[in-house]
Design a binder for this molecule. Structure first.
Ligand SMILES: [Zn+2]
Length: 205
């Protein structure tokens, strides 16, 4: 595996312990905690392979989107915008958190329009599809790629390539059971890792 010292992967685990909602209806699954555990594991694996990786949030508390974007843009200044990619890690919800819902599956977002972020999103989507063969893949194919587009702050207020993954639904019983299993968490880590590494190989060509 090729090492690249000038390239850095930033991970943004969504929300915080103090964010209202963002949990399963029974309260056992917490989005902030899952995102942090996944980010920590991705960071550990990337570093093992010689890549630079940082979690931009290390505390359990919520940090505002403006502050998160500012941290990312400081890395862009330090490394050069083209040498930074950001993955914001989330878990979806279909309802208001009070009851179990039917929606399930994986989706990934970029900012509107065609950018290099679409390439990263596609790499992660393809890895997710391969690693979660029985999972519902929620794609928007209207613009010839699989990502959905939204003006989320972490995608529009950051200068670098940026995607936001919604890793299944925290208000779907089957999805939560999977996310809480050892295998489930491993698969979520692995799909990000494979997607990130495929992207890095692609842009190095
Ligand atoms: Zn979220």
């Amino acid at each position: 595996m090729k090492r690249d010292k000038d390239f850095i992967v930033l991970l943004d685990p969504g929300h915080g312990e103090n964010t209202p909602g963002k949990r399963s209806p029974d309260g056992k699954f917490r989005e902030y905690l899952f995102a942090r555990e996944v980010a920590q594991e991705i960071e550990r694996e990337l570093r093992k392979s010689g890549y630079k990786c940082e979690r931009i949030i290390k505390c359990a508390m919520d940090v505002s989107l403006a502050e998160r974007a500012k941290i990312v843009n400081e890395y862009c200044k330090e490394y050069g915008t083209n040498n930074v990619i950001l993955i914001s890690i989330h878990v979806n919800a279909a309802g208001n958190g009070e009851q179990w819902m039917n929606a399930r599956g994986f989706e990934i977002y970029t900012s509107p329009g065609k950018t290099k972020s679409d390439v990263l999103a596609e790499c992660i989507f393809e890895a997710a599809k391969a690693l979660l063969p029985d999972m519902n893949m929620r794609a928007d194919l209207s613009d010839e790629d699989h990502d959905k587009e939204a003006r989320f702050a972490m995608l529009t207020q950051t200068k670098c390539v940026a995607v936001l993954s919604e890793n299944l639904f925290q208000d779907n019983r089957e999805d939560v059971a999977f996310l809480c299993s050892l295998e489930g968490k491993k698969k979520i880590v692995e799909l990000h890792l494979q997607g990130i590494l495929n992207y890095i190989n692609k842009i190095k060509k």
